[in-house]
Design a protein around this ligand. Structure first.
Ligand code: ATP
Ligand code: MG
Length: 879
């Protein structure tokens, strides 16, 4: 019974929903707030903090279909992709989760029931492996499921102990495999699922989450043992559709068709071509989903991974004989295939394909530059008689020019040359270490742990959507990252209370400030943060008395600051909507910062905005403000919100129930921030600046309300002052300034003319004093304090008056000497100005140099100027 992949995805979710699991939407491929991880690499990643006990959800069972990437870190399948039937870089992981609810027994039973009953897989084709020391799991499979011992294996840590990365949640696991039966390829006497002969296909991993591994490798038990499972849709589909590989499933059909169409090569006719097609199809999916999740090609971190994937794919295109941009078209086929499961792709289609196309064009250009460089390297190599291109050179081609190593090797082989592979590996390792170093240092682990523990027993309720003040009990105090019972006057403190009106920084909106009073103490709160989803800490200083755990506190948010922040936040939403309306929906939010005194909004767009666009955006936002549309705030399931057209932000992690903030029919966003009751409250929106902050990312800074009015007032005052100084009405200021600038230029020209006339007079006098030494006319004179530029002009002038001769001028200024020396053209083979001045400068204690016909020098001893003149005479006489 062949099932389509969308049926499989749906069936998986519904099966577990019926068993009390909440269906949670896939999180972004870019993990939120986890610098240890480049990409989401398993279904459990968005739940990491739930396993650690630092975050709670309103459900204890969940089921997801999670977008995953395995191209870096602990789980890296990049080199496998295309060569094995079962590996993709991007794939969807189907998984069920228990957060301290059920454990091994149910996990095993559910998986068996789904595979054999719902999906109808013949139990005789299934095998399982468990961690060697996990007797409990072994017994479960043996007794409860009745799996015969010849298809039940105990394997070691490498196979059956799962961890997300170097640190984080981990535990023993049980893996379910398809047994394709003995084949001729296996030479092992004890073939088990760890064998890569092709007999086994791992389809599902059930992880019994029990530990948290820290950076030192210590394993501490998790608060509650939990379940995390993962089975890729791609592998399940290959099994249920009875095809030989992930690439032969319906998920890839449209994509492969497109590649065959473009390359005019049929799949299945040549093994190497098949690999290339697999790689292209795989990478095209990765490109689409990464760019769709806000990653932009670049030279480091995620952007670099994206760039490399694209280059690899393009390179495989070349192997198929396609040497023009084509991946964007394959990306288009990916979106056709995936848009029903990921509707946001449809909206981002133009943006995603355009990005791919431009990056491809860029790469093809780089490739041709790399070829030129490689030719130079080869020429050098051949000249030197060596046969091996250094690892450094190969790495440089690869790193700077994006030139794939196998291509370098191919080209060299054609000339009977080779690459230094060891040298290349060394250079590569060094680069990896640099990259890894850049990803370390994710913050203070000790403090994170304290927060984690606090979050496990305190949950702060946020009441600040409707209230700006309230009372609550002080539940915990931290001073310098340590828990305390009391904080004294003058101490910086972090306060945790049971309920708070203070908004904790998130979604770009800054944390509230205000005051917290207890009987006998006051804390000025300067910031509010949320180290875990439901843990709020108020940061401040005890300014009077003391503060104790257990005290009843009066909390009051700084209402003015909050009101200003609210105007800026709602203003940001209107700005976002206006941007999309004026520039198109590819202008997507990349980040924002909303505080009481400003708002900053970063978005994807390729060109600077022109004045017309900025005005149109500002006008539209202000039009919506004038309409005074009321805010409509609702909570609803994520999927429903997206369907209704709400704009989700790149890289934001959303729970399954989201808060939707809507103004009129023009702005609907998923947002947890505080907002105006109606757009009229914003008052006015004024864009201050627009600039580029990274390739493809622009930033707008703007003001609203009072801030905008103050800004306009300042501008107005500056203009008024200008009009008073210029004594013209404001409207005439620009014309007046233009006139003044014109006058100024005329005056400069006049000064220049007069100076030059003056120089002429002075030179005329000097030529009269010219002497003759060895037949050469020589002028050597002091001139009144003049700058280097004037000296030069005078030397030029004298040279042309003399027609033939040598000129040396000296000027004294602030105890320093400037010398300038000119030699006329006809004497240039006898005297070189540079050589002469070098000698002469030493007399006045300085240095100099210049061209054969003109040279300058400085010196520090004005009393020696006459001596310098004598030296010139002597040099000429002695020549
Ligand atoms: P393998 O050894 O085959 O690479 P794994 O042990 O790395 O698999 P897990 O980390 O246990 O896999 O991931 C859980 C499940 O995710 C696997 O059982 C498989 O169904 C799926 N999976 C893992 N890696 C990939 C991949 N690169 N492409 C497609 N599916 C994958
Ligand atoms: Mg693997």
């Amino acid at each position: 019974m062949a099932r389509s992949s969308s049926e499989i995805r749906e069936a998986f979710l519904r099966f577990f929903e019926a068993k009390g699991h909440r269906i949670v939407a896939s999180a972004s491929l870019v993990p939120e707030g986890d610098p240890t991880l480049l990409f989401t690499n398993a279904g459990m990643v968005p739940f990491k903090n739930v396993f650690l006990g630092a975050e709670t959800r309103e459900y204890v069972r969940a089921v997801t279909s999670q977008k995953c990437m395995r191209v870096s870190g602990k789980h890296n399948d990049l080199e496998n992709v295309g060569h094995t039937p079962r590996h993709n870089t991007f794939f969807e992981m189907l998984g069920n989760f228990s957060f301290g609810d059920y454990f091994k027994g149910e996990a095993v039973e559910y998986s068996w029931e789904l595979l054999t009953e719902r999906f109808g897989i013949d139990p005789a084709r299934l095998a399982a492996s468990v961690f060697r020391e996990d007797d409990e799991a072994y017994e479960l499979w043996r007794e409860k499921i009745g799996l015969p011992e010849e298809r039940l294996f105990r394997l070691g840590e490498d196979e059956n102990f799962w961890s997300m990365g170097e640190t984080g949640p981990c535990g023993p696991c049980a893996e379910i495999h398809i047994d394709f039966g003995v084949n001729g390829r296996c030479r092992s006497a004890h073939c088990d699922p760890s064998c890569d002969c092709g007999r086994w296909l791992e389809i599902w991993n059930l992880v019994f989450m029990q530990f948290n591994r820290d950076a030192a490798g210590n394993m501490t038990p998790l608060p509650k043992p939990s379940i995390d499972t993962g089975a890729s849709l791609e592998r399940l589909a290959s099994v249920l559709q009875g095809v030989p590989s992930n690439f032969d499933t319906d998920l890839f059909r449209g994509i492969m068709d497109r590649i065959q169409e473009i390359s005019k090569i049929e799949r299945g006719t040549n093994a190497e071509h098949d690999v290339s097609m697999n790689v292209i199809a795989d990478h095209a999916r990765a490109l689409v989903f990464l760019i769709g999740d806000g990653v932009i090609p670049g030279n480091e971190g995620r952007g670099y991974v994206l760039r490399r994937l694209l280059r690899r794919a393009a390179r495989h295109g070349v192997l198929l004989g396609v040497e023009r941009p084509f991946l964007f078209s394959v990306g288009d086929a990916v979106i056709d295939e995936m848009a029903s499961a990921y509707p946001e792709l449809r909206e981002r289609r133009a943006y995603v394909t355009d990005r791919i196309r431009r990056e491809e064009e860029h790469f093809l250009e780089t490739l041709s530059k790399g070829l030129v460089r490689l030719e130079e390297d080869i020429a050098e190599l051949e000249a030197s008689g060596s046969k091996v291109l250094s690892g450094e050179a190969v790495f440089k081609l690869y790193d700077t020019y994006g030139f794939p190593v196998d291509l370098t090797a191919d080209i060299l082989a054609g000339r009977n040359l080779e690459i230094d592979e060891v040298g290349f590996d060394t250079a590569m390792t060094a680069q990896r270490q640099r990259a890894r170093a850049a990803w370390k240092g994710s913050g203070d682990e000790r403090v994170a742990e304290i927060y984690g523990r606090l979050a496990a027993d305190i949950r702060t309720r946020f009441r600040g959507y409707s209230e700006l003040s309230g009372t609550s009990t002080v539940r915990a105090l931290l001073v310098d990252g340590e828990r305390r019972e009391v904080a004294a006057c003058g101490e910086a403190v972090e306060v945790v209370v049971a309920e708070t009106p203070f908004y904790a920084e998130s979604g770009g909106q800054v944390g509230d400030r205000g005051t917290l009073r207890v009987p006998g103490g006051v804390v000025e709160i300067s910031d509010t943060q949320r180290p875990a989803l439901e843990l709020v800490v108020h940061r401040g200083v005890v300014t009077a008395g003391e503060l104790r755990v257990g005290a009843e506190a009066e909390l009051a948010v700084d209402a003015d600051a909050r009101a200003a922040t609210v105007r800026n936040h709602s203003g940001t939403h209107l700005l976002h909507a206006a941007l999309r309306s004026v520039l198109g929906s590819q202008a997507m939010q990349k980040g924002s910062l909303v505080g009481p005194d400003r708002l900053r909004f970063d978005f994807t767009h390729d060109a600077p905005l022109d004045d017309g666009e900025i005005e149109a955006i500002e006008d539209l936002a202000n039009l919506w403000i004038e309409r005074n549309a009321p805010a409509r705030v609702r909570e609803m399931p994520y999927a429903e919100a997206i369907e209704s057209g709400a704009v989700a932000i790149f890289n934001e992690k959303y729970g399954d129930v989201v808060r939707v903030v809507q103004f009129g029919d023009f702005s609907t966003e998923l947002c947890g921030g505080t907002h105006a009751a109606a757009t009229g409250e914003i008052g006015l929106l004024k864009i201050l600046s627009e600039s580029g902050i990274a390739s493809g990312v622009r930033r707008i800074e703007a003001l609203t309300g009072l801030g905008a009015r103050n800004h306009l007032r300042r501008q107005e005052n500056a203009l008024k002052t200008a009009s008073e100084l210029l004594r013209v009405p404001v409207a005439d200021v620009p014309a007046r300034i233009e006139k003044l600038l014109e006058d100024r230029r005329a005056a400069d020209r006049e000064i220049e003319r007069l100076q030059s006339a003056q120089r002429g007079e002075a030179s005329k006098d000097l030529t009269r004093d010219a002497k003759r030494i060895s037949g050469v006319r020589v002028v050597a004179a002091r001139v009144a304090s003049a700058g280097a530029k004037d000296l030069r002009a005078m030397v030029d002038d004298l040279r042309s008056r003399l027609a033939s001769g040598i000129v040396l001028l000296a000027a004294e200024r602030d105890g320093q000497v400037s010398l300038a020396l000119g030699v006329t053209q006809d004497l240039s083979d006898r005297f070189r100005a540079g050589d002469l001045i070098r000698e002469i400068a030493t007399v006045v204690g300085g240095k100099g140099g210049g061209r054969p016909d003109f040279a300058q020098a400085g010196g520090s001893d004005p009393s020696k100027i006459d001596e310098a003149f004598e030296r010139l005479d002597a040099l000429i006489a002695g020549s």
